[in-house]
Write a protein that binds this ligand. Structure first.
Ligand SMILES: [Zn+2]
Length: 484
C-alpha cells in the first residue's frame, strides 16, 4: 500500500461533467480518488494528485452495474470480461434465470439452460462459499454480486427435473439456500420458463423464498411465460414474492410473439399497481430480439432466428435458420432439431414495447449477454452503450441522467449494493468516463463482438481497468457479499 498525505489523492478527474447516478442533474467539477474510495467531489483547486485526468467535455459517471448477467464463470476466466469492461460496466450480478455456477458439481453434461454457463467441468463448486472464495482468490476484472439459481438447486438435489420437488427435496434446497445466503448471495433467481424448472409449482418457489429469511436478499425471475400468459405470470411472481416478503425483480421484461405486441401497456400498469403494495422492479435489455438455448416454444413464435452456436454443427454459428433449412432442403423445424444442443437469437419482440419498458421509471438495464456463445447476441458487447448513445442521445427516449440512473444508482439500491452506483464522498471509486457525443454500441447481429465506442476510462475500486479505451488487465473486482 502507498502512503497518502492528507491533502493529496491518487487520481484527480478534472473539469468533468459529473452525473452522479441518483438521477440528479449534471454539474461540472472534479472528483478525487484515494485508495478504493471517492475522496472528494467539487472544485478540488490545487489538490495534489499522483495522476491528473483532464475530463473536459466528458461525462464522469458511477461505473455501470449490469444487473442481468450469466458471467458466473466468465469472471473466473482470463479475458472473458472484455465485453463488459469496454462498455463501462464495473459490477455484474450473476446467477440469473435460475442458473448459477454454484452450489453444484456435475459428472455428465449440464442440462440446458445450465449449459449457458459452461460444461460439466466448470460446475465444480459444491458450496456457494467455495465459489465466492474462488472469485476472491484471483480477483476479478469487475465486481460480482452473485445470486443462487433455483434450477441449479434442483439439479443438485433431484434426479429428474420434470416434476415438482418433494417435501424432502424442498427441505434440502432450503438448507442449501441458507448456506448461500450465509456465504453472501445477494438473492435467488428462477427460470420457470425453462424445462428443468417448468414443473415447479409456485408453492415450491414460495417455500424456497422463505429460506431467504427476510434478509432483504432479492427474488429475480425469468417468468414462466412472457407471451400469451405474461399477465398470469406477472401475477404469480408478485404473489410469490409478496408471500415470502422478498423484493421482486422481474428479469428481462418483454412481451413475446406478434399476438402480444403492445401488451407492455397492460403489464406496466400491473407493475404500477404492485409497486403500491410491495417492492417490485424489473430489468430490460435494449433490443427487440432475445437469445437463449434452442427452445421449440421460441422457434414457433419468432419472426426470424439466427443460430448462435450448435454443438453438432459449430460451422453454422451466425447464420439464419431459414437459410440453413433451405440449404439442407428441409423444414425449419427439422433443421432446428438437428442443431440441438445449441443457442439462437430470436426476433420476437416489438420495438415500441422495448422503448416503453426502457422508459418505465422502475426499469434497470441488464445485458443478459451470453459470454460463451460463439456468435453472441450483440447485447453482450453493447447493451449499455446502446442505451446511452442510441436511446438517450439519438432517439431522445430519456435524459442521460435518467439513462445512467437506470444502470447505476437505481440498480445498486434494488440489489442492496452498499456505497456503489453513486458519485459521492465515501462511495467506492467505481467510475466510468465517456464521451457523450460519441458513445455508441458497434456490435451488430451479423458482427456482434465489437467493443463500444466512446468509453475512455473505467475504474474499479480505485484501480484502472480501462485506460484510453484499452483494457489494463487489472483484476481489482471484489465479490460483493450481501451483508448479513
Ligand atoms: Zn432469462
Amino acid at each position: 500500500m502507498r502512503e497518502h498525505s492528507n491533502t493529496g489523492c491518487d487520481i484527480a478527474f478534472r473539469n468533468a461533467v459529473i452525473i452522479d447516478g441518483t438521477g440528479a442533474q449534471r454539474f461540472s467539477g472534479d472528483v478525487a480518488v484515494k485508495g478504493d474510495r471517492i475522496a472528494a467531489v467539487g472544485d478540488l483547486g490545487g489538490m495534489v494528485a499522483a495522476r491528473e485526468v483532464d475530463c473536459a467535455g466528458k461525462v464522469l459517471a458511477p461505473g455501470f452495474i449490469d444487473v442481468h448477467t450469466h458471467d458466473d464463470n466468465a469472471l473466473l476466466m482470463r479475458d472473458a470480461m472484455a465485453p463488459k469492461i469496454t462498455q463501462g460496466v464495473t459490477t455484474v450480478v450473476t446467477g440469473n434465470c435460475g442458473i448459477s455456477l454454484a452450489p453444484i458439481t456435475m459428472k455428465g453434461p449440464p442440462v440446458p439452460p445450465l449449459d449457458l454457463l459452461g460444461g460439466a467441468s466448470e460446475f465444480r463448486f459444491s458450496s456457494f462459499d467455495a465459489y465466492i472464495r474462488a472469485l476472491e482468490t484471483d480477483g476479478t476484472p469487475v465486481n460480482a454480486a452473485p445470486m443462487v439459481g433455483h434450477t441449479t438447486l434442483r439439479a443438485a438435489v433431484m434426479k429428474n427435473l420434470d416434476r415438482p420437488a418433494s417435501d424432502s427435496e424442498i427441505a434440502a434446497m432450503q438448507e442449501l439456500i441458507r448456506e448461500c445466503v450465509e456465504a453472501g448471495a445477494v438473492g435467488m433467481s428462477t427460470g420457470l420458463f425453462y424445462p428443468p424448472a417448468r414443473e415447479a409449482p409456485a408453492q415450491e418457489v414460495s417455500a424456497l423464498l422463505e429460506a431467504l429469511g427476510g434478509t432483504g436478499a432479492v427474488y429475480t425471475t425469468h417468468m414462466r411465460d412472457e407471451g400469451d400468459h405474461v399477465c398470469d405470470s406477472l401475477k404469480e411472481s408478485f404473489d410469490t414474492a409478496a408471500g415470502a416478503g422478498a423484493p421482486l425483480i422481474v428479469s428481462h421484461h418483454k412481451c413475446t410473439g406478434r399476438d402480444n405486441f403492445g401488451r407492455s401497456r397492460e403489464t406496466l400498469a400491473m407493475f404500477d399497481h404492485a409497486c403500491a403494495h410491495q417492492p417490485v422492479s424489473l430489468d430490460v435489455y435494449p433490443y427487440a430480439a432475445s437469445s437463449t438455448v434452442l427452445l421449440d416454444d421460441y422457434m414457433r413464435k419468432a419472426e426470424r432466428i439466427m443460430i448462435t452456436w450448435s454443438e453438432p454443427h459449430p460451422e453454422i454459428s451466425g447464420r439464419y435458420l431459414d437459410d440453413i433449412a433451405a440449404e439442407w432442403g428441409c423444414e425449419q423445424a427439422e433443421a432446428f432439431q438437428r442443431l440441438k444442443p445449441g443457442g439462437a437469437i430470436y426476433f420476437i419482440m416489438d420495438e415500441e414495447d422495448v422503448r416503453r419498458i426502457l422508459s418505465y421509471p422502475h426499469s434497470m438495464i441488464g445485458s443478459d449477454g451470453l459470454p460463451h456463445d460463439r456468435h453472441p447476441h450483440p447485447r453482450l458487447w453493447g447493451a449499455f452503450a446502446r442505451v446511452l448513445g442510441h436511446y438517450a442521445r439519438d432517439v431522445g427516449l430519456f435524459s442521460l441522467e435518467t439513462a445512467l440512473h437506470k444502470m447505476t444508482g437505481l440498480s445498486a439500491e434494488k440489489f442492496g449494493l452498499k456505497d456503489r452506483g453513486v458519485i459521492r464522498v465515501g462511495a467506492f471509486a467505481d467510475l466510468t468516463l465517456f464521451d457523450p457525443a460519441s458513445v455508441i454500441d458497434r456490435g451488430t447481429f451479423e458482427a456482434p463482438a465489437q467493443p463500444a465506442a466512446g468509453i475512455e476510462m473505467v475504474m474499479v475500486n480505485g484501480a484502472v481497468a480501462l485506460d484510453g479505451g484499452r483494457i489494463t488487465g487489472a483484476r481489482p473486482g471484489r465479490a460483493l457479499r450481501r451483508a448479513a
